[in-house]
Design a protein around this ligand. Sequence first.
Ligand code: GDP
Length: 445
Amino acid sequence: MLDNLSSRLGHLVKTMRGHSRLTEDNIKDALREVRMALLEADVALPVVKDFVANVKEKAMGQEVLGSLTPGQAFIGVVNDSLTDLMGKQNDALNLAAVPPAIILMAGLQGAGKTTTIGKLSRLLKTEHKKKVLVVSADVYRPAAIEQLRLLAEQVEVEFYNSNSWEDPVQIALDAKEYAKKHFFDVLMVDTAGRLAIDEVLMEEIQKIHAAINPIETLFVVDAMQGQDAVNTAKAFDDALPLTGIILTKMDGDARGGAALSVRHVTGKPIKFIGVGEKVTGLEPFHPDRLASRILGMGDVLTLIEDVQKGIDQETAAEMAKKLHKGKGFDLNDFKAQIVQMRKMGGIESLMAKMPGQIGEMSKHVPEGTAERAMGQVEAIINSMTAKERANPALIKASRKRRIAMGSGVTVQEVNKMLKQFEQSQKVMKQFSKGGMGKMLKMAKG
Ligand code: GDP
């Protein structure tokens, strides 16, 4: 998938050399390659434009760390942007409703709705131990109801019978009633698809949606649709409050662009991908994994990670040396430490990785608290002059007021931060005999 991107960028990794910083000039060719590769992969043009702009913004002025080549540093940026574009992590199904949790499936004919219902029912039954009922509100295609019945039989979930002369809204309502009465956890509702979007179809599914109030409204789309997937996704997203997307036929020779476009256009998470015709062919969608698969450069990404870690070690060693020489630990070092911690995944993840008491403690800190506090400390330090950072003793009342104004905090908060810094200075003295490096190693585990 998106093979072109990896081969095009692979070439760049080797040829972009001799720069210590990514600049508009040295990334121009690289950006063009990304743009071409995405277009070739069938990503919709507006999406390509946004993406390239995002990569450019992130890359500009970025330093090329340690032993990385500029090409490799650039790949790191593309990888981050790809992950951003597709959502950061997997979004699971939301089934937190008064039972039954209703899942409504929407999409064009042939997208894979019925097949996906079979797959999802199986997953919910076997892995989540849910009692699942399925029903078809597709009264137009004679074989549709029968297709779902056979699938239900195959995956051994209950099938609620419907007939082609019935009203689709009524079918859905009756099935919901039945599911309630018989204590089903989940009800999956299949709907009719057309070959193209039409108003009657949209109105009907809107009515079904209003009548049964599903907790999940999933838009099923064929990855092979390429550019067209964008228009279909947009039409369905406008008509229905979609909660997620399922991208089918990702096992085929789809160029993969749909995955990027559909997410970007609707802003809705891709929850699963279909990877085969069998009932087992469904996988939770992991944006980060797809990003590195698209780049096809797992090794480069690992290298980037390693170099980032390596840099941290160097900084730590330098700091230890400085302390050893008797030169004081100042606010510049303090700030460098914060930056370093962020590079290693933030203070919270760092704390969680620590052995013993600190690791244990981190479980009790509300999420985000430590990161926010760190952000504030950094803002305060940023508002200081270089002299003040090097010699915090200079910071008296009027300077404190200026710093507080500059960083949008109160004078008390500046005082608190300076106190913290003093404590940290003491700790650093203890670590000065090589302890800092040891601490970082411990955290990496
Ligand atoms: P519906 O009209 O949206 O209900 O679509 P169907 O569920 O009937 O699927 C249409 C065709 O696509 C069938 O032949 C399925 O076997 C096939 N299909 C569905 N999902 C996948 C998938 O993930 N991979 C592959 N290779 N085929 C799929």
